[in-house]
Design a protein around this ligand. Structure first.
Ligand SMILES: [Zn+2]
Length: 81
């Protein structure tokens, strides 16, 4: 058997039944437990609610920055008039 080329394999999740580390099956592109013979769905640690909140915060900060830049430009233009 030839060594497989480096490919992306996410960190191994634990089986929800027995707690063993799951095995990555490239054929089906999913995790599975060798012991229980069941597919293992990794838990999503990222809270989508807080992530959406971060996006809203970033958009708000971006708008705030644009507003400050526009205000400075307008102020400079007014000073030279
Ligand atoms: Zn298991």
């Amino acid at each position: 058997m030839q060594p497989q080329p480096q490919q992306f394999v996410p960190p191994s999740p634990a089986c929800t039944r027995c707690g063993r580390f799951a095995t990555w099956y490239a054929q089906t592109a999913q995790w599975g437990c060798d012991h229980c013979q069941v597919p293992v769905v990794p838990l999503q640690p990222v809270d989508t609610g807080s992530q959406a909140g971060m996006i809203v915060l970033k958009i708000f900060l971006f708008i705030l920055m644009v507003g400050v830049i526009v205000a400075i430009k307008v102020g400079i233009r007014g000073a030279f008039r």
